[in-house]
Design a protein around this ligand. Structure first.
Ligand SMILES: Nc1ncnc2c1ncn2[C@@H]1O[C@H](COP(=O)(O)OP(=O)(O)OP(=O)(O)O)[C@@H](O)[C@H]1O
Ligand SMILES: [Mg+2]
Length: 439
């Protein structure tokens, strides 16, 4: 039922955009102005992603099989599929309305009304699917049905569902996040601290202290003043939606992404101006987003690369330690890294970071793109490292799993930290549950 997880994730992102759009409509009402770039990119997102991709795969696989297994569901499926069919037409009308308003031929009020109607329809549609269709599908579809559906949803070479479509969708989502007004977060909007204990930390316990860190891509400010602390031995989760700035933050910490303001103190020293290779030498090691193993190089050579800042004498011993931790890497050590499965490549990426003898290990979405069982395995690895005393920052969209093993967490939203607390407190927080845990 991997497909259901994918669909629900997609709904969650759609819902976040809908909530953001709701808030923007509120602002439009107050100042009687429309932002064509933001609204245009939201409509692009709906067109490419929802109408072009999400609806089609539901129609072609899930709904088709559900019709066969549950004739009673026919009427509801008819309705939902009619909505799928009408969606492009409704969207085109909305674009037309936007153009008319921008050209001054129609009022902002009319655009607001059209947007509201459209959003209400979208939300009702998502709710009907979540409330009626998926529970039914979980009951009546057979294992073979799910195999067919899951295969279609997980096919990485399919231009509609595969990697390219997801990359395009992420990019669109990032664009919407970038253009959204500052006052509107994509997700929880409550700023605050659930726990103030960090203020009283003895300085010696602090491994990392980040103050008002900013970082930009050209004119886009991706980090808008991040402050956080990590104690020795702590596992700190950094959670947030697509485009929140998790990757940018980790890359700024390791020094591969420049910072434009603020400071980073590591192990008692200000390292803000220290080059990335020297930061690695001091013990900041990163397992990057998307793993980025060197496919043609052997697994062992990939691991050796992780130790390039380390004294030669310790490398063989460290390799053995990594092999003990990940026997599969030892078994395949002579093979090109590209031959490993996604989960194994993730182990390799973590192993490579460990070869740098980290004092602070940065893990960027280690669970990304992995099947549920493998996700669990990856989080088990993180747990093991934690029990061994490693200090870890774990950036994850998979907020629940990350917060569940973290001592503390920070919620990141469009470049700002909006909430912090212990992992348990954040999991219990209503806003976090609604925005990130889908509950
Ligand atoms: N190379 C780049 N050029 C321009 N903008 C970028 C670049 N990389 C990221 N951004 C923007 O910076 C913001 C933060 O992106 P970042 O990748 O750090 O987020 P993230 O939280 O890691 O998201 P994801 O969960 O998708 O990995 C986004 O708005 C994104 O569009
Ligand atoms: Mg990222």
């Amino acid at each position: 039922m991997e497909a259901l997880r994918i669909i629900k994730d997609e709904h969650r992102n759609l819902w976040r955009i809908a909530v953001t759009l709701d808030q923007v409509i509120g602002e439009m009402e107050r100042n009687q102005k429309a932002d064509p770039a933001f609204l245009g990119s939201v409509l692009d997102y709906f067109e490419h992603f929802m109408d072009g991709c999400h609806h089609r795969k539901e129609d072609d696989y899930l709904f088709r099989l559900l019709r066969q297994r549950s004739p009673d569901a026919g009427a509801l499926l008819d309705r939902l599929q009619a909505e799928h069919r009408n969606a492009p037409h409704n969207l085109a009308a909305l674009r037309q309305q936007l153009a008319e308003t921008v050209a001054g031929r129609s009022s902002v009020g009319e655009l607001i009304e059209a947007l509201r109607l459209y959003l209400d329809d979208q939300k009702a549609h998502i709710k009907a699917e979540e409330k009626d269709i998926y529970p039914l599908a979980s009951q009546v579809l057979t294992a073979e049905d799910w195999a067919e559906i899951d295969k279609a949803f997980l096919d990485n070479d399919d231009p509609l569902f595969g990697k390219a479509a997801r990359a395009e969708y992420r990019e669109l989502y990032h664009k919407v996040a970038n253009l959204a007004p500052v006052s509107v977060g994509l997700g929880a909007s409550s700023a605050g601290e659930l726990q103030s204990a960090t203020a009283a930390l003895p300085a010696a316990d602090l491994l990392l202290k980040v103050d008002h860190l900013e970082s930009c891509y050209g004119r886009i400010k991706a980090l808008k003043g991040i402050s956080l602390e990590v104690r020795r031995g702590e596992t700190v989760a950094l959670v947030g939606a697509n485009g929140a700035g998790k990757t940018t933050f980790l890359r700024t910490l390791s020094g591969v992404q420049p910072m434009s303001a603020g400071s980073i103190t590591f192990d008692g020293e200000d390292i803000s101006k220290v080059r990335s290779d020297m930061r690695m030498r001091r013990g900041i090691c990163q397992s990057p987003e998307g793993r980025q193993v060197f496919g043609p190089l052997s697994i062992e050579d990939n691991l050796r690369l992780g130790a390039y800042t380390q004294p030669k004498g310790q490398v063989e011993g460290d390799l053995e330690k990594i092999y003990t931790m990940f026997p599969i890497l030892k078994e395949k050590r002579k093979l090109p890294a590209g031959t490993l499965s996604g989960g194994q490549q993730q182990m390799l990426a973590i192993g490579r970071a460990l070869m740098g003898r980290p004092k602070l290990l940065l893990l960027d979405e280690p669970s990304m793109g992995l099947a549920p069982l493998l996700v669990e395995e990856v989080f088990n690895v993180v747990k093991t490292l934690k029990t061994q005393g490693m200090t870890i920052i774990l950036a994850e969209q998979n907020a629940f799993s990350a917060l569940a093993i973290a001592d503390r967490g920070y919620v990141l939203e469009t470049g700002n930290i909006t909430l912090t607390g212990s992992g348990r407190e954040l999991i219990a927080d209503e806003q976090v549950r609604a925005a990130y845990l889908g509950m």
